[in-house]
Design a protein. Sequence first.
Length: 363
Amino acid sequence: MDDSCSDSPPPKRSPLHADHARLGAKFAPFAGWEMPIQYAGILPEHRAVRDGCGVFDISHMGQIWITGAPATEWLNGLLTNDVLTLAVGEGQYTLMLNESGGVIDDLILYRTGEAEFFLVVNASKIAEDASWLAEHLAPGVQMTDESDDYAGLAIQGPNAAAVWERMAGTEVSLPPRNGIAQTLGCVICRTGYTGEDGFELFAPVSQIEEWFARALEAGAEPCGLGARDTLRLEKCYPLNGSDLDPAHTPIEAGLGFFVKLDKPGGFIGREVLARQKEVGPEVKLSAIRQIDKGPPPRHDYAVFLPGEPEPIATLSSGSLSPTLGVGIGMAYLPASSAKPGTRLEIEVRGRRFAAEVVKKPFV
């Protein structure tokens, strides 16, 4: 169908769209948004984050506040990690599951007060997450979705702390790893999606341009979502909608560390995960590396055992690794084929290229 005849709404634009265009960004659709994919190029932007500091626009991410006296116990019954272990000012990676144990969303939960929490959720899941939380809302708990009111930056790399000091001055320090602070009119979270040190800054839409300018002036290189994807894949961080979905559980995805089966009260999907942990998952999200150089693998490319006619899996993620110089990817492999060292073949443009299962992460 011609796009001009489609009833789908136009993609949203970040409040920094004009700034990205001025910097020469190339744009592409992502989760209902038109976002910068690259500026100078994915490879130099990837290296900037690994070696120095880069700044990403993450205004497409969602921000939800939860308040109320019963909020702690209520969230603990909905999410896989143990909310009761969070002190004020701390955050944790956690997952929201359906009744079958499949992943609705993976998110970061921060405790900002004794009965106040801040959730950062994936862009494609904002409406679904808010609806799911509202459906399960307990008396005395209030939920406020501020995703349209806030915009965000991810400032990542070994020099991120030095960049922050130049942005904010020496009197305002970053929170500790996985921590959160509310300062200078914004929310600062010491987390990221690159495997490097860094932080995420969420500020009112009216203020985000100033913070972006400060980051650039402080030495952060503008980076697009293309580099964010290669950075996270090298560390085997899963992407919701590709590596995580309602048909696969956190146990199958290798995220058992973030699933607290023994916490008080349990959580939605717990029984399925407990059985799966006891008997072992039938499939495992595995890291796959090409043995020889070749065209980079991509999402949905078929994975075979050597010489076999039928694929055993398809890649959930795939890319050239800028650090390793070879193709890397992840796929839900049968457990019998998921052991590191297992030889595989990836079909790229009608040709098969040798690959093998390796330990996570790639770098």
